[in-house]
Ligand binder design. Structure first.
Ligand SMILES: [Zn+2]
Length: 371
């Protein structure tokens, strides 16, 4: 199995700093605090891949700039112009909490084009599967509004691209970022060709988004699935969600191409989530997604980096994903002992409220699918 890696040093130049208070002011201390979506997280992930030697086992895939026409399937041209204008003016906000720096317009185009390049590499057969280690992330970006650190909807744009350029009929997108993939959901809400499934911490961000009864509309009714798990959910609840919802949906939908919006911010160490996952769990989810891709999509799987804000731990979660993709185990010691993780109650059992949350999703989708 060959695995591709999309990466560019340009991604590290998207400058989201400094951290600002809701009023827009910076913190009133002598020392600045970095914005949570600063370049260091992706940089540290790349360095960990380099350090462990894994990078050498990956096929490097060069990202390219998405064009305005590529974006136009989701973002109106006036929004794209708006982002270019902010960038040219030296920086600002793309909407709600989506920092744009002086170079961010071009880098955001390179992030969307990076996921498109991953699609190209998989479709050309250069790689079986590909991870796009891009930034800024994309899953919160709405057609006319940047949100939650996201400027352009990278996965939404790339999924449209896979359909248009390669004639893919059925695309499945699984978004396991701890926050709701509201932007990607909006892109395909009435589209029966794209099955979008989002797992998230219930009512975290955006707060009123991603409830179990958001199932799509019109021709797309039943082709959006939301699994909002209660705060404190861990490996056992996530595994149940995969086994009881995601795998049955995939078996019936039979995707020809599979995307993962891979935000590793549901880890127990993450400052922007309150879930209890560990690297080991991301390894398990990756194996499940590979299985889904193998069964009907000829193994075609593209993962795109979304969130993940624990500087010490998120890179290890992403490393675990790469280890599972490649089948290579680096043996590097992790900051959180995996044998301890295996004994966490949240790794071992599904609580009543977690069970109910999964059941609500199944009930909402039962008119359309068999569980
Ligand atoms: Zn997130």
């Amino acid at each position: 199995m060959t695995t591709g890696l999309v990466f560019s040093d340009r991604y590290l130049q998207h400058n989201s700093n400094p951290f600002r208070l809701p009023s827009g002011k910076i913190l009133p201390f002598v020392e600045q605090v970095d914005h949570p979506s600063n370049p260091r997280l992706v940089e540290r992930t790349k360095k960990l891949l380099d350090y462990t030697g894994l990078t050498r086992q990956l096929v490097r895939v060069e990202p390219y700039l998405a064009t305005v026409e590529d974006l136009a399937v989701f973002h109106p041209v006036d929004y794209v112009d708006f982002i270019r204008g902010i960038s040219e003016a030296g920086g600002g906000d793309a909407g709600q909490g989506a920092p744009v720096g002086a170079d961010s317009y071009e880098i955001a185009l390179l992030a969307a084009g990076g996921v498109m390049a991953a699609v190209d590499a998989v479709m050309a057969g250069n790689v079986h599967q590909c991870f796009a280690l891009v930034r800024p992330p994309g899953h919160h970006a709405e057609p006319r509004k940047g949100r939650g650190f996201c400027i352009f909807g990278n996965v939404a744009v790339a999924a449209h691209y896979a359909r248009r350029r390669y004639g893919i009929e059925r695309v499945m997108i699984v978004d396991w970022d701890v926050h709701h993939g509201n932007g990607t959901q909006a892109a395909f809400y009435d589209d029966p060709h794209v099955l979008f499934v989002s797992l998230q911490q219930d009512r975290l961000f955006p707060v009123d988004s991603g409830s179990a009864n958001e199932i799509g509309s019109g021709a797309g009714e039943g082709f959006t699935a939301n699994i909002p798990l209660p705060a404190g959910s861990g490996g056992a609840a996530y595994r149940a969600a995969f086994e009881r919802v995601i795998v049955p949906l995939a078996e019936q939908f039979k995707p020809e191409f599979v995307f993962v919006s891979a935000g590793q911010d549901a880890s127990a160490s993450d400052p922007l989530g309150r879930m209890l996952l560990a690297a080991e769990h991301y390894r398990q989810f990756t194996a499940i997604m590979q299985g889904i891709a193998d069964r009907t999509a000829n193994g075609r799987l593209v993962l795109a980096q979304e969130g993940g804000y624990s500087e010490t731990y998120a890179p290890y979660c992403t490393l675990a994903i790469f280890e599972e993709l490649t089948g290579l185990h680096t043996g590097i010691e992790e900051p959180v002992d995996p044998t301890r993780v295996g004994r966490w109650p949240a790794s071992l059992s599904v609580s009543g409220d977690q069970e109910q949350a999964i059941n609500r999703t199944i009930d909402a989708l039962r008119p359309y699918w068999t569980f």
